[in-house]
Design a protein. Sequence first.
Length: 117
Amino acid sequence: MVATKAGVELKSFEQTREADACQAQYDPESMPASMAVIATLSELTGRCPTDLRPLHEVVDTDALNEVFCNDGSSDGDIAVTFSLAGHTVTVNALGRIAITKSNGTAPAAPDGEDPHE
């Protein structure tokens, strides 16, 4: 487990050598996807979660949490990609988050998935 600046524990957090991208794993059974996204982005940028643009301004957080709740109804192939705080964020139904600095190229999807499928 990795404790984040947001006070949230992620299962894992790996930052690239260039420090502009990361992959994280969270537990969808115990944490809403929206909380995991903010914790991961905060950890990547080194910024306090309250200093980031509110997530609800760019994505419907209730819908994001509902899609990725672990009640057996989510398909493991589901992924959502959006932009936040100069980064491209991809979340999938397996509790994986990939964040890359936005630069006009496609984001790195969790575990090599194609975010455009």
